[in-house]
Design a protein around this ligand. Sequence first.
Ligand SMILES: [Fe+2]
Length: 357
Amino acid sequence: MTSRRVIPLSPYRITPLTPNPPTGYPEMVTTFVERPHGCLSPVLLDPVLDDPDLMRDIAVRNGPYFMPARYLVSDATADSASDNSMQPDVEVPDYLIGPTWRGDWAVGSQPLVDGIDCVLEHQGFAEAARAIYDAEVVVPEQVYANLSTPMPGQGFSHTDIPEFIGIDRSNAPGWLLQAMGTSRLFEDVRITIVTAVAWFYQGERGFFRYWPNGRDSDSIRHEKMWNTAAVGDNDYMHHQVERIGPAGVNKPDGLTINSLLDHDGERWVIQEDGQTLLDYGDEDVRLSVSWKAKIYADETTRQAADAGEGGTDLEEVVARLADELGEPRPENAEAALGSAEFRNHLTARWNGYQAGR
Ligand SMILES: [Fe+2]
């Protein structure tokens, strides 16, 4: 990873911000869909599971849960951001601090918790994915849970953390992947990822809003939050969690990026430094379960992508991003990943968030 490529005068094509790739796509991508509205429309499923209560049981059994904002501020790889180690002193914008917590339930196509196979291998998700992307090969990779206690609406939409041939969650931090995706500078090495989000919440509100025709068009609010799912293009399609709980609810005081959510056998508890900040009944905690799969047009495309053909590397990624930012290139990729200044420049410009409706 430390070898420097010889970079010709015109090292890469700058993909226009309208993500509408030309036909006959010459680069190494895994599917060949066009996104004339910026993203593809999702497919809704209802019901999702024969035994939806199982998801609540799995949630209760597998805490504690950590704040997903760790993906965006840590220089660790995205895969390791969930190891529950304390974050060093890092500046975290307040809007990224919960009250939403995450648990990884399957990683690298392997289940990490008992009972999750019914989601990892969900045939309805895979069929929807094949239809959305006109693709033959669906490789389920991850399942994770998001648990939220009552909170106001997020106030901003987001797109998910993408992956690329050569650069993925195993070797790059979440903020770098997010900048790569949002910048549209790496469409030539994109891996198509589909996301199914399924909800298992019977409390007040907790709706899901999404923009199926691009962020500048109308949005849709999904309101049935028990045992339904949206299978969609979430690396491109903006989406947002609305208010959870009653009108006027505020997020709790005292949360930090190290706050944890766990279940003590009777109640959900928010813990900070080993102390309980607050506790909630099961009906107050919103659960969504996300499934992510890599999508390939066919088996040949998958094999080429798995072999890393035409892929990029960290040195090239840092060079492209620094050039587009107009910032000096960090000395090398290692220096860039350890630089709070570089990270801040990237996340200020390409963070995947957008405020307002
Ligand atoms: Fe998301």
